[in-house]
Design a protein around this ligand. Structure first.
Ligand code: GLU
Length: 479
């Protein structure tokens, strides 16, 4: 059997980090098995649609390196399956369920349903559609039902759940799951506007698209008994299920916006690397080996195993993400960093810089920051004259003859501007004057960068070039 999986987001807003983890696990699983990864936009709830959200999901997944394989038009360019373009298919399938007796018509108004819920709440029972007393095909009879349909009375189609017995299904992450049938609602399958609900469209599509494994978040677990019943109603073999553990805040509550960012876009905008975020998300619920935490996407594909996914919720620890990002920052090549840093600089109005130079600045400063996009500000003096000079730093390290020290220092700078020569020159200079390194290093750093913290001073000077260093040192020497 060849593996076919799908990522099936509803385009109701931004892509949640949990959503990206679901997309990632589907992708890793598909690639590991040489299977197919389908993207399906589940937009049947037209009231919750957000303009541009689907396109944004595709873009964010692409940024994260997640690829989808199939297009609705065979052989056409990639494009997702879109449920709102497939409503005829769902209507036809709802009819099949009516014909086989697995579903039925109901005519209750919103007020009637609300009154039913209130009665149940008052009686202290879980609110659930009671088909024995509401206005539906069973209580009204076939003739009245036909009459109401002919009159155009608003109607829905509901799933007929068994009133006793159990619904069983296997879950790769959680093992066997058994749910008493009486706990499951007669959910609406087709709404009065002719649009399917999530349950119907999801099951019909998973079947028609030949999905072999449904990999999704734990929040969909309560829907699965309904889906299993739908498969039975259609006479179809259900796919395998794998429900992924919840993502949690550090206090173990469900990951929420109130305690931090939850949109992938936010982390992207802050400057986290795509590969670091993907690596971090992959380990929320799955540990390939106990001895390391940094994995390339190819390594993750090679090692991915749904059976090793944990059921316990996984804490989304931003500190760990920052550590991981800093680790990636330290291991990337200068060329790679330059290519990512250049647009960040341009966004801030810093232009006329080459990617090569940007990459070298990134390498120079990367031990001092967590995110690459801290560099334009942290190392602003690498791209322009220092905007500000730290006065306290200057005062702290000022000695009576700082000015003459600096003016003497620039007199015989090495012709060949290499790190070794600059360092050698400085040491010789100090030796001759009988001074310690700190006597010159702080005034120099202040003059060249304006700041008290930065990378190695001689490395900084080498990269800035002799001319700029001399200019800046001279600018700090009063006439
Ligand atoms: N449309 C659902 C969502 O927004 C998909 C759930 C599933 O994968 O079945 O997450």
């Amino acid at each position: 059997m060849s593996v076919r999986v799908r990522f099936a987001p509803s385009p109701t807003g931004y892509l949640h980090v949990g959503g990206l983890r679901t997309a990632l696990y589907n992708f890793l699983f598909a690639r590991h098995h040489g299977g197919v990864n389908v993207l399906r936009i589940e937009d049947t709830d037209q009231t919750r649609l957000v303009e541009g959200a689907a396109q944004n999901f595709i873009e964010v997944c692409r940024w994260a390196g997640i690829e989808f394989d199939e297009s609705p038009e065979k052989g056409g360019p990639f494009g997702p399956y879109v449920q709102s373009e497939r409503t005829e298919i769902y209507r036809g399938h709802a009819q099949k369920l009516l014909d086989s007796g697995a579903a039925y018509y109901a005519f209750d108004t919103a007020e009637e349903l609300e009154a039913m819920r209130e009665r149940m709440n008052k009686a202290g029972v879980a609110a659930k559609y009671d088909r024995s007393i509401m206005r539906n095909q069973f209580t009204l009879g076939e003739e009245e039902t036909r009459k109401l349909i002919a009159e155009g009375c608003p109607k829905v189609i509901r799933l007929k759940m068994p009133l006793s017995g159990e619904i069983r299904f296997g879950d790769i992450v959680r093992g066997d799951i058994i749910v008493p049938a009486r706990d499951v609602d007669d959910s609406v399958l087709l709404k009065s506007d002719g649009f399917p609900t999530y349950h119907l469209a999801n099951v019909v599509d998973d079947h028609l698209m030949g999905i072999t494994h449904v990999i999704r978040g734990e929040e969909w677990l309560p829907s699965t008994p309904k889906h299993v019943l739908l498969y039975q109603g259609f006479g179809w073999q259900p796919p395998e299920f794998a429900h992924l553990p919840l993502l949690l805040n550090p206090d173990k509550s469900k990951l929420s916006k109130r305690q931090g960012d939850v949109a992938v876009e936010d982390y992207r905008a802050k400057g986290f690397f795509n590969d670091a975020l993907v690596n971090f998300l992959a380990l929320l619920g799955w540990n390939p080996t106990a001895d390391r935490e940094i994995f390339s996407i190819d390594e993750m594909i090679a090692m991915f195993d749904l059976k090793k996914v944990n059921k316990a919720g996984a804490v989304f620890d931003v500190k760990k993400l920052e550590w991981m990002n800093a680790t990636y920052l330290r291991s990337k090549s200068s060329d790679e960093l330059g290519a990512i840093l250049l647009p960040m600089l341009e966004e801030r109005g810093i232009t006329g810089i080459s990617a090569d130079y940007a990459g070298k600045v990134a390498v120079l400063l990367r031990e001092r920051v967590t995110l690459l996009n801290e560099i334009p500000e942290f190392g602003d003096y690498m791209f322009a004259e220092p905007a500000e000079f730290d006065a306290a730093y200057r005062t702290k390290h000022r000695v009576a003859d700082t000015s003459s020290l600096l003016s003497d220092f620039v007199l015989h700078l090495p012709q060949e501007w290499t790190l070794q020569n600059i360092r050698g020159y400085a040491h010789k200079y100090l030796e001759e004057k009988g001074l310690a390194l700190k006597n010159i290093i702080h005034p120099l750093r202040h003059a060249i960068t304006g700041k008290s913290v930065g990378a190695g001073l001689f490395e900084t000077m080498e990269l800035l070039g002799c001319e700029k260093c001399v200019q800046r040192i001279k600018a700090q020497i009063p006439d």
